[in-house]
Design a protein around this ligand. Structure first.
Ligand SMILES: [Zn+2]
Length: 293
């Protein structure tokens, strides 16, 4: 290869960071969806950094500036994102705003007796069906702003949706072929969308992502009895939460404690070890298999 060709190919690749599309997302799942679509052809910011509790997030002036300077801003919607409207009203920018609630099939919150509330549950990304819709919508928006890389984005989008579809099918088959149909989550319950998608029944200690920390004795006793009477093999707790309630409920039973990943966010350690949304779904598939056996 001549020196000139080398120079040319460098020049062609030398889009500076500021020429690239800039995309800001709030939580980890949307960060991964974008990253899988754009590779290194866009600049991505995850506003709520790994390890941060998403329900208590408040943006700093620097975060607001990041949103303002982005080409696309992607957020979840729902009660934990009430800060977003205020921020969007305060900025003066032509950033394309995408609220994932607009693309989701929404479900109302449920209490632990399974009575429906009047607010939507916000954990929409725990449904793989929803995730496929989000990836498609995000990809279409990216294509509109950067059609030069259309083929690259399209093929990445298809590949990622295929991965999600394969997992979706595996969950569906697993539930169809399992003898059990109920899981016990000795914790908060942010996976309503997930269980509803596959017709899994559940018992939990707290509804949704309540900040309650004191469970009712009645609920705990009911779960202990349920685990023993049905000789359940697994009691779940939720990622980034304590196992202590699961331990109490498993006592004097044969149940093993396992983590179910709700993936509000991933930890700094998971981020650095390149743990992905897909790899955590695979772990969920494995532990669900044990729980329903
Ligand atoms: Zn939550």
């Amino acid at each position: 290869m001549s020196a000139i060709t080398i120079l040319c190919s460098c020049a062609a690749d030398s889009k500076t960071e500021s020429d690239k599309l800039s995309i800001t997302t709030t939580i980890y799942p949307y960060y991964e969806f974008v990253r899988e679509i754009v590779g290194n052809k866009a600049q991505i910011n995850q506003l709520i950094s790994p390890g941060t509790e998403i329900h208590e997030f408040e943006p700093t002036p620097k975060d607001i500036l990041k949103i303002n300077n982005s080409d696309i801003f992607i957020y979840n919607g729902g009660e934990s994102d009430e800060w977003v409207d205020k921020v969007l009203n305060s900025i003066n920018s032509d950033v394309k705003v995408m609220c994932m609630f607009d693309y989701a099939d929404l479900l109302y919150e449920e209490d632990i007796e399974h009575n429906k509330g009047d607010e939507y549950d916000e954990h929409i990304w725990t449904s793989i069906e929803n995730d496929k819709k989000f990836v498609k919508a995000i990809s279409e928006q990216i294509l509109k702003l950067d059609s030069a890389n259309a083929d690259f984005y399209k093929s990445n989008t298809d590949a990622y949706i295929n991965k999600l579809s394969r997992l979706d099918n595996s969950f569906e088959k697993l539930v169809q072929n399992s003898s059990r149909n109920t899981i016990v989550v000795a914790d908060r319950f942010p996976i309503l969308y997930f269980v509803k998608e596959y017709g899994i029944k559940y018992e939990s200690v707290f509804p949704g992502c309540t900040s309650e920390t004191q469970p009712s004795i009645k609920t705990v006793t009911k779960l202990i009895d349920y685990v023993r009477e049905n000789d359940l093999p697994v009691v779940f707790h939720i990622d980034n939460s304590s196992e202590s309630l699961a331990r109490i409920i498993c006592e004097d039973s044969n149940a093993e404690i396992m983590t179910f990943y709700s993936m509000h966010n991933i930890t700094r350690e998971q981020f650095e070890s390149k743990t992905t949304f897909i790899s955590l779904l695979e772990l969920n598939l494995k532990s669900l298999k044990e729980a329903l056996e």
